[in-house]
Design a protein around this ligand. Structure first.
Ligand SMILES: [Fe+2]
Length: 552
């Protein structure tokens, strides 16, 4: 029997699948968690299979499938793509052609996979529509101005939309020549930070070290109703290029300059969409919307009544958007929004966890009744704790179910984490998970940041108390946690607060550098064995590293 079920598939990078059944988002996952290739371009077969498994329906029962990019439009647009796209390390025409060819190879592969997948024939949806739908419908707002910005869609790089009840209408767009996403990625590459897609957050972290010596005023300009990017001037920035991994002070200044320009563009677009819609509720989506500094700047602006950025603002989230659009077209109704559209991935019961522990032959294991208390005690004692609970998060952040947790009071903790587990650049900040109702005592302005997508300012008198999560510029990219959304994680932080007076813990994703975030108990245990984690709290089990001898 047919179900009112709709599947969305992202086949670009950060490939993913999401399933909406009877208007409810019931499952979503990114393929990288299955194939362990970060930002993977592989067709999301495993993520699709997981969605059906979780929803307990079969492929044959689907009412519709949509892919989040319309390659027919893209093909028409190939020439400007070649002329325009910046291959991050090779700006020659040959280099840019290669990117175009790679994209078409992905497309051909996806077509083959779709043909043999057993799925109904898919629709190909406008990429920015799927970003906009992901953000708007998850926001739960009745009406909002929606801004989508990313590297590029088929023909556009920034688009403005109006959400009104269940309707989502396009207003205006910017071509791929005015891509804020590509500008930011280009600067990331000039700073020697590119390496692989998704490193733009490093540029944002680096911008905290700039002083304002450089500016990009001739690269990005503003008319009353449009912004423009001067590609020639943009390319001239190549004089600042440094090799991969070799930052210098120009890199810091360039990062600062592009960040400031992006924030100016944010303000401009907010004004513009307000002018066009009369609304003061905004939704941001697309990869650019992962910029926590700019998001916070906008969210704190007096012109903005409410701002929503979905947890997977990047391409991963487009699969959710494509499933939503199909549901809305079919039913005429908005989808139902879960209390927190994050914990949508695979979960493992006690038997599965136990089996995994037995398989690995680990012996220093205890079963406990209150894992949150044990974990908070271990953090208080300076240990680095792996924390694996419930369903896996969807989106680029670990939000308390697949996390590494540590003491935010310890100024040496970032170094310890980098040396032993994460191996990240020493200048990159770590972030805290904070009890929501305590956040305003520590951070300003008062904003809710459930998905770690806003950088707030740590109150100056408190900075010395939480050095491990305070960035050089005094900011902190917080996750505000509520009991309703994640009761177990909330309890852990509450316990830590009761012991220390600090209502937050340092939270970074449960993975080792270069690997994707842990999905299964096996992944988490491998992380414990192969890295400097001291203890892993997984379901109701606590597993100690061999050299740790601490009774809790
Ligand atoms: Fe995108």
């Amino acid at each position: 029997m047919m179900a009112d079920a709709f599947l969305g598939i992202n086949i670009l990078h950060d490939t993913s699948a999401a399933l909406v059944v009877d208007g409810e988002l019931v499952a979503a996952a990114e393929e990288e968690r299955f194939n362990c290739d970060r930002h993977t371009t592989a067709f999301p077969n495993s993520a699709i299979d997981f969605c059906f498994e979780r929803a307990e329906i079969t492929k044959g029962q689907l009412r519709g499938v949509a892919v989040t990019f319309d390659y027919r439009q893209f093909r028409l647009n190939l020439q400007p793509f070649e002329q325009n796209t910046i291959n991050h390390d090779d700006v020659t025409l040959r280099g840019r052609r290669k990117i175009a060819e790679d994209n078409f190879a992905t497309w051909r592969r996806a077509k083959r996979e779709l043909a043999r997948s057993g799925l109904p024939t898919p629709r190909f949806m406008r990429h920015h529509l799927t970003h906009a739908a992901c953000g708007y419908y998850l926001s739960g707002f009745d009406g909002a101005g929606v801004v989508v910005f990313d590297g590029r869609g088929e023909r556009e790089s920034t688009s403005l939309w109006r959400g009104s009840g269940a309707r989502l209408n396009h207003i205006e767009s910017y071509s791929i020549y005015d891509s804020l996403g590509q500008l930011y990625t280009y600067v990331t590459s000039l700073c020697g930070l590119y390496g692989k897609i998704g490193n733009e957050g490093k540029t944002m972290g680096l911008s905290g070290y700039g002083t304002g010596r450089l500016h990009l005023d001739d690269v990005v300009t503003f008319d009353p109703n449009r912004y423009h990017i001067d590609r020639k001037r943009m390319r001239e920035l190549s004089r600042y290029r440094v090799p991969l991994g070799q930052l210098n002070s120009d890199s810091q200044e360039l990062a600062y300059a592009v960040q400031k320009k992006l924030e100016e563009a944010y303000r401009f677009l907010a004004r513009r969409i307000q002018q066009l819609t009369g609304l003061r509720s905004f939704v941001l989506s697309g990869g650019v919307a992962l910029n926590c500094n700019a998001n916070a700047m906008l969210a704190g602006s007096p012109d903005v009544e409410r701002l929503y950025v979905p947890p997977a603002a990047n391409d991963a989230g487009t699969s959710i958007g494509a499933a939503f659009v199909q549901w809305v077209e079919y039913s005429g109704k908005s989808p139902m929004v879960p209390i927190d559209p994050v914990y949508l991935g695979p979960a493992f019961d006690e038997d599965a966890i136990k089996a995994s522990i037995v398989r690995t032959g680990l012996t220093r294991v205890a079963k406990v009744c209150d894992p949150a208390r044990i974990a908070s005690e271990a953090i208080t004692k300076g240990l680095v704790v792996g924390w694996f609970q419930g369903a896996m998060e969807f989106g680029p952040r670990a939000l308390g179910n697949r996390s590494i947790l540590a003491d935010p009071r310890d100024a040496e903790m970032p170094k310890k984490l980098n040396d032993r587990v994460k191996f990240r650049e020493p200048w990159r900040p770590f972030a805290p998970s904070v009890l929501q109702e305590k956040a305003e005592e520590w951070f300003t302005p008062t904003l809710v940041s459930p998905y770690m997508l806003l950088s707030l300012t740590v109150r100056s008198e408190r900075r010395s108390l939480i050095p491990a999560v305070t960035h050089i510029d005094g900011t902190s990219r917080i996750q505000s946690v509520t009991r309703e959304v994640n009761p177990m994680y909330y309890r852990l932080i509450e316990e830590f607060f009761a012991r220390t007076g600090i209502p937050m813990v340092l939270n970074t994703s449960l993975n080792i550098r270069g690997e994707s975030i842990a999905r299964t108990p096996d992944d988490a245990i491998r992380c414990l064995i192969n890295s400097g984690l001291d203890v892993l709290v997984i379901g109701n089990f606590v597993i100690w590293k061999e050299n740790i001898n601490l009774a809790l």
